[in-house]
Design a protein around this ligand. Structure first.
Ligand code: ACO
Length: 321
């Protein structure tokens, strides 16, 4: 049987940290106390004007490839999860493939599952590898959410940041990604969305992120608790065997309630939301990379990742490192 193991991780945050107080200086009617108490966020990073998701992705990808000790041309499938692609087309994945100098004719495509995009990408890559059709996958979450924020809407613009995270997954005889679960419920599409488009050379609809915060909060807490349990059950392992939970980093209160459902103390939960804000599809691989590089996540340990995003979409994976 062919398994898929994580061979390397990489991450990239653009520019300097922008604190909650910096947002006040930029004219947003908010306070550090309000943001920190409700979300746990203290800072986030924003890409400079003109910097694109593929540029952030490229840096994270190079770091993951280096950590995996392979060459770009060893990557035979490249998946980018993003809701803020460089263009309508071509895909951000093909731009990253070109930027990495990959000329092996491997597959490259984007997926759109908003904040759950990385979990969707990882689950898909695992299935390509397990089928034997591909040997080495690069899965990236990359976002420039600052481009779709309405700076006059203080209920949303303080929550998000820009960044990219990446993992290299490779074929192995030893189990790595042991269980995955992916879900969606389109009936909730309107509680978190960017309900606009470009048509006939003009923006149609609304090009900014809109959210019913309380509805999103309730939905996220419910499904994240359920889906984490689902992958634990599918893998047939006990809660005690989980070393780390690496959740989507939207809000510390959502993270705390999921940890409670899994009976995990907070010192087993990787959190970056205080420093990164919500970087959507990038948040899980960025958090994973932080914990791998600072030595918390080590070979032989068991990790659950989980995400929830607009659509609504949600999912999880149980991974042995
Ligand atoms: N600073 C100061 N005051 C603010 C701000 C702000 N940035 N934003 C809103 N307020 C005010 C509102 O105007 C309102 O004032 P009023 O009572 O005078 O009318 C008051 O704060 C309460 O507003 P609510 O929207 O009811 O605040 P709530 O307690 O629901 O908190 C929040 C909002 C933080 C968004 C919360 O609903 C939440 O955490 N939701 C989860 C959403 C989330 O994490 N989304 C991330 C994206 S989704 C994802 O990644 C899956």
């Amino acid at each position: 049987m062919i398994h898929a193991r994580i061979a390397g991780t990489g991450g990239y945050l653009p520019g300097e940290a922008v604190t909650n107080d910096d947002l006040l200086k930029r004219g947003i009617d908010t306070s550090d106390e309000w943001i920190a108490a409700r979300t746990g966020i203290r800072a986030r990073h924003f890409a400079a004007p003109g910097v694109t998701a593929s540029e952030l992705a490229l840096v994270a990808a190079r770091r993951a490839i280096e950590a995996a000790d392979c060459a770009p041309d060893d990557i035979d499938i490249l998946i980018v999860a993003t809701s803020t692609p460089d263009y309508i087309f071509p895909s951000t994945a093909t731009l990253v493939q070109n930027g990495l100098g990959i000329r092996n004719g491997g597959a490259a495509f984007d997926i759109q599952a908003v904040c759950c995009g990385f979990v969707y990408g990882l689950a898909m890559a695992e299935k390509f590898i397990a089928s034997g059709s591909h040997r080495r996958a690069l899965v990236i979450g990359a976002e420039v959410f600052s481009r779709i924020l309405d700076w006059s809407d203080r209920g949303t613009c303080v929550l998000f940041g820009d960044g990219a995270g990446a993992v290299v997954l490779e074929a192995s005889s030893v189990p790595g990604v042991r269980a995955t679960a992916l879900h969606a419920d389109g009936s909730n599409h309107s509680i978190l969305c960017v309900p606009g488009n470009v048509a006939s050379g003009k923006v149609t609809g609304d090009p900014f992120l809109r959210m019913d915060g309380q509805a999103v909060f309730k939905f996220a807490v419910k499904v994240l608790g359920e889906v984490a349990q689902e992958v634990v059950d599918r893998a047939g392992v006990s809660h005690d065997s989980i070393d780390w939970l690496v959740p989507h980093q939207a809000n510390i209160r959502i993270i705390q309630s999921t940890a409670k459902r899994l009976k995990l103390p907070m010192d087993k939960v990787v959190t970056t939301v205080d420093r990164h804000g919500n970087t959507s599809a990038a948040s899980i691989p960025l958090a994973l990379d932080c914990a791998v590089r600072d030595g918390r996540i080590r070979a032989g340990q068991r990790v659950v990742i989980e995400g929830v995003g607009g659509g609504f979409t949600w999912g999880a994976a149980l991974i042995d490192f």
